[in-house]
Design a binder for this molecule. Structure first.
Ligand code: ATP
Ligand code: MG
Length: 397
């Protein structure tokens, strides 16, 4: 018997028309993720099989658990002896390594010429196991161990251990999006959820030096670095927002600071998105969370762009968002206490129901086209998550 990792695609196989595009993207993502290992990959419409040395296999399994689009990872065994005695003995060998009181054997036969039916194979293997291991029983409804066998054309597969997976779609199959990434809790979670739906992300971060520090920026880069694990790597567009914020602060009524500031972020975001072929903007806004996230505010802010704005956490409670942030490992970084450009310019009474007319009237007091162009011209691009730059950014935090 030879060890093999079996990958199942689950939900993907329902994508009839472009199934081969989905599967090829998944295969390429897996090849990229595993590029530092030696292995063999074989693929058919239902599964992928990965063969590697005993030493490398556990590492590969570890890495595969971060790949979206995989719905099952199974460590199994493959043997080309199709004789029923071999199947009985192999199954006994494998199952006897497990601790259990109840079990069930399930057999599939893709080889329809095999002389014994699936039911019969299960029964024969089951009674062989019962004969050889004391104090165990068959439980067909709720077994502690479900042992699966598959008889194929030229080999038999034994499914041994299942590992957790992320599900979702292969990253990139739905095109690219631009994530508005701040140092908060919400936007990294929003990014993760978008990546899970197959959207490859770039990120945009607005900084306001010297009002915001290098630590605040490194915190955002570290968050991008964590997300890059799911996204292969991530291009981060850092936009210097200082002049825009200072102009807004100097010239506009205090209560409209945040609304106008966010309209500027959206405008810049959309332009960066167009230039980089991103089809959507993604952000961490959540309905009702703060003054700028009332429905009226969202409308007034959203009005300045044409691209769809996807807000994956729009309807989540903060606690639900925190839960995901902990699972994906961004929470500890997000709660580090570095100021963000929004937190510095917090007005005492932000408007809760901003109007478009007022926004437009106030914006006339700014030469915002020139300010936006200047900010875009000076963008800094940082790639995170690449092999050689895979250092943690927290060494500078
Ligand atoms: P928190 O978790 O504390 O709510 P947040 O990042 O969600 O932090 P908000 O003020 O609620 O902060 O901002 C709403 C959304 O706007 C963010 O989720 C993020 O997508 C975007 N955003 C805010 N500030 C920035 C920034 N400096 N750079 C890029 N995007 C930002
Ligand atoms: Mg928020």
């Amino acid at each position: 018997m030879q060890k093999v990792i079996i990958i199942k695609y689950g939900e993907l196989t329902t994508k009839k028309d472009n199934i081969s595009f989905f599967l090829n993207t998944l295969k390429n993502n897996i090849l990229k993720t595993l590029s530092k290992y030696e292995f063999d990959l074989k693929m058919d419409m239902g599964r992928m099989f990965i063969y590697a040395s005993d030493e490398v296999l556990p590492k590969i399994i570890q890495e595969l658990q971060y790949v979206f689009g995989i719905h099952e990872i199974i460590l199994g065994y493959i043997d080309n002896d199709l004789e029923i005695d071999a199947i009985k003995n192999n199954s006994l060998d494998l199952i006897s390594k497990k601790e259990f009181k109840t079990f069930k054997i399930e057999t599939k036969r893709s080889n329809k010429h095999y002389p014994i039916t699936s039911m019969e194979i299960s029964r024969m293997v089951g009674s062989h196991i019962l004969k050889n291991i004391a104090n165990i029983n068959v439980d067909v409804h709720n077994p502690e161990v479900l042992f699966e066998i598959e008889v194929r054309q030229n080999e038999v597969l034994y499914f041994d251990t299942k590992y957790p997976t992320l599900g979702g779609y292969p990253v990139g199959t739905l095109g690219k999006g631009l994530l508005m990434l701040s140092g908060g809790i919400d936007s990294p979670v929003a990014g993760y959820l978008a990546i899970k739906r197959g959207v490859k992300l770039e990120a945009i971060y607005f900084e306001s030096p010297p009002h915001t520090s290098i630590q605040a920026k490194n915190k955002v880069l570290e968050l991008a670095n964590i997300l890059a694990k799911y996204n292969a790597k991530m291009k981060v567009h850092v936009i210097n927002f200082t002049r825009i914020q200072e102009e807004i602060l100097k010239k506009l009524p205090n209560e409209y600071l945040i609304t106008i500031m966010r309209r500027m972020m959206y405008r810049i975001g959309e332009r960066i998105a167009y230039r980089n072929k991103c089809l959507i903007l993604v952000n961490g806004e959540s309905i009702g969370q703060v003054a700028s996230q009332t429905l009226t505010s969202m409308k007034a802010i959203n009005e300045v762009v044409n691209l769809p704005v996807i807000r994956p956490v729009a309807c989540f409670d903060k606690l639900e968002i925190i839960d995901i942030a902990k699972k994906i490992n961004t929470y500890e970084t997000s709660i580090l206490p570095f100021e963000d450009c929004c937190t510095i310019f917090v007005p005492t009474h932000p408007v809760i129901n901003p109007s478009r007319e007022k926004c437009e009237e106030y914006e006339k007091m700014l030469d915002y086209e020139a300010l936006i162009n200047e900010a875009i011209k000076n963008e800094e691009i940082i790639i995170v998550g690449e092999e050689e730059s895979n250092k943690k950014f927290d060494d500078i935090l």
